[in-house]
Design a binder for this molecule. Structure first.
Ligand code: GUN
Length: 297
């Protein structure tokens, strides 16, 4: 068997197109322009690349983009004051504080100071609780992107066995909640899981989010299963230079799976597309309008 390759790049472009359509309607019918504020503290090169990319795509879908770049030694009080200002700004519907933060800043405190209604990352403790109890919430972007791809590929996920490898707050735990919400039987596996290979072999859906290059081999995959690879790891090539690989061994898994996301070009592009989708959702809710169909969990 050779797996269907789920093209996250194309799917993300489609989602951004849907977002742009909603943005146009919000402007024309209601005179509202959704606004996203991104806060970057310090000069981490990877974070700078992400923030630039987020800003560019925000503008491309017709939304207002605001970037706040703060020095690495910015005090917690100054950062919290900025967040308060953005919470109070009616033209800002989404706020994202790029992580990781410098060590002297308390990440939980900072995230939980964002108005939950503007928390487009879905990291605020209120949104975590709302998601866990099946209520409308802001949903973390990467798991939301994975869910959209799974729904698009399978239609209904009801009754499927899903294994999420990784228990992070950003991906593993919310991913499990979303799959549960779609009536999957969900297992969260992690570094202490016994017989990981056997656990993964039961799965109709495998979501790998551990940050360990190529750790899932093809002989762990049930024939025909769907493999969603969240990992983005840079490894050395034998001939010199580097390349990006996921958390699954792509070649051997693709030989067994029914469908698989590649790295790069799978889950990665969906994350920013879902950030834009979340910003439109936040804007609609803030204005008493229904959240756009198909762009929420
Ligand atoms: N750093 C890496 N990924 C993310 C993300 O999804 N959100 C935020 N806020 N920071 C990140």
């Amino acid at each position: 068997m050779s797996a269907t390759v789920i093209d996250g790049k194309a799917f993300a472009a489609k989602v951004r197109g849907q977002v742009a359509t909603h943005v146009t309607a919000l402007k024309q019918d209601h005179g509202i322009t959704p606004g996203l504020a991104v806060v970057l503290v310090g000069e981490d090169p990877a974070s700078q690349v992400y923030v630039r990319s987020k800003g560019k795509m925000t503008v491309e879908v017709g939304m207002k983009s605001v970037e706040h770049k703060l020095d690495a030694d910015t005090s917690e009080a100054d950062l919290l004051a900025l967040i308060q200002k953005l919470n109070d700004d009616a033209e800002i519907h989404g706020i994202l504080v790029q992580l990781p933060l410098p060590d002297h800043l308390d990440e939980d405190l900072v995230i939980n100071s964002i108005d939950p209604a503007k928390d487009v990352d879905g990291f605020h403790i209120s949104n975590v609780g709302l998601l866990g109890t099946g209520q409308d919430s802001m949903v973390p972007c990467t798991p939301l992107g994975c869910l959209m791809m799974l729904r698009d590929h399978h239609g209904s996920l009801s009754g499927m066995d899903a294994v999420v490898i990784g228990r992070s707050n950003i991906v593993g735990k919310p991913m499990a909640q979303l799959l549960l919400g779609d009536s999957c039987t969900v297992t969260i596996a992690h570094s202490r899981t016994k017989d990981l290979a056997e656990v993964v072999r039961r799965a109709d859906i495998v979501v790998a989010a551990v940050g360990r290059p190529q750790m899932v081999p093809g002989d762990w995959i049930k024939p025909g299963a769907t493999v969603i690879d969240v990992g983005i790891n840079r490894i050395d090539k034998p001939e010199g230079g580097t390349r990006l690989v996921g958390d699954v061994d792509y070649e051997s898994c693709a030989a067994v799976a029914g469908a698989i996301t590649p790295v790069p070009g799978g889950v990665g592009p969906m994350t920013i597309a879902c950030l834009l989708a979340n910003t439109v959702t936040a804007c609609c809710r803030a204005n008493g309008l229904p959240a756009p169909e198909g762009l929420t969990a």
